[in-house]
Ligand binder design. Structure first.
Ligand SMILES: [Zn+2]
Ligand SMILES: [Zn+2]
Length: 310
């Protein structure tokens, strides 16, 4: 049996936000205000990821929300996008200062002059050398299909849902994820708010199987021990005897995705699917990986991370 990492061991699923902005850059709420908003939404942890301005501070320790140190970094293409320049935005998430974070509080970075992934990579390595892990942000908004970011090394995840992009009517149902997974690149999927104001807070989040401290959460994220959601809950996901099995909160649709195969769907008109099984690796088909998405009665989606079978 192969069980997806989020559901191994004693589950303590923490709800977290990995991407938001405050008055430290172009957000509407102060760090204290946004922390209180997320605490009221039931979050256990939050990364305050202002544009190119690093944060290590817990601005409201009394409310008991764990703060993951972080920032959103980006390039400034020398050429216009029409002329071949590409837009790269990167979430940086790191440990506490005393555990080796190479960034300083309030450290400001200038946008790097990189037009493409080859030119952007050295700047990504600099972030990794500071003990931060990285995420490819909003590839749809950035207009970077996989062929424009697939050579980037060291990103443990990509955003598959970004509420700010959804607000601007962009397709956010994990577009591009299967295309890049299908190329053998093991990358996890993250749902985020990218909240610049209060109305996006609580739109998309991660549920992480971890103890509630910065180091444990970062380790769990890095090994894919989480799932992403805009609403539904997922309780288990595993492959046993060539059958993929999922348990979740009541759903109208449960879908099995894999790049080289058609998406297969279980439907319920009563919106009460809580379990589904998909047979894999029949004589005709052999799966490299499988992942599941769950859609509820309100069309809200949750996404498992993949189980890699090869
Ligand atoms: Zn961005
Ligand atoms: Zn952002």
């Amino acid at each position: 049996m192969i069980r997806q990492q989020a559901f191994i061991g004693k589950n303590q699923m923490l709800k977290g936000g990995l991407h938001c902005h405050t008055t430290r850059s172009d957000g509407a709420l102060s760090p204290e205000q946004i922390m209180n908003v997320y605490k009221d939404l039931g979050y256990d942890f939050l990364a305050i990821t202002d544009h190119r301005k690093y944060n290590l501070t817990n601005y409201a320790p009394e409310i008991g929300l764990t703060i993951i140190p972080g920032m959103e970094y980006n390039n400034a293409p020398r050429r216009s996008i029409a002329d071949g320049g590409r837009c790269f935005h990167t979430l940086c998430l790191g440990p506490l200062k005393e555990n080796g974070n190479g960034f300083e509080q309030d450290q400001e970075c200038i946008p790097c002059p990189a037009d493409n992934q080859e030119e952007y990579q050295p700047y990504l390595y600099e972030i990794h050398e500071k003990n931060n892990i990285t995420v490819v942000n909003h590839p749809v908004y950035s207009k970077i299909p996989p062929s424009y970011f697939e050579k980037l090394r060291g990103n443990f995840a990509m955003e598959i849902y970004n509420a700010d992009s959804a607000l601007h009517n962009m397709d956010t149902d994990a577009q591009y994820w299967d295309e890049i997974l299908g190329k053998g690149i093991k990358i996890y999927g993250i749902a985020s708010d990218d909240a610049h104001s209060i109305h996006l807070c609580g739109s998309g989040w991660v549920m992480v199987n971890s103890e509630n401290n910065v180091d444990s959460i970062l380790k769990a994220l890095f090994k894919g021990a989480f799932y992403s959601s805009c609403g539904p809950e997922i309780y288990d996901f595993y492959v046993k005897d060539n059958v993929a099995v999922i348990d979740c909160s009541p759903a109208s649709k449960i879908r099995l995705h894999s790049d080289k195969h058609v998406t297969r769907i279980h439907h319920s008109e009563d919106n009460n699917l809580t379990h589904a099984e998909f047979e894999l690796n029949t004589v005709e088909e052999s799966y490299d990986y499988v992942r599941i998405s769950v859609v509820d009665a309100n069309e809200k989606i949750a996404w498992t991370n993949p189980i890699f079978l090869k």
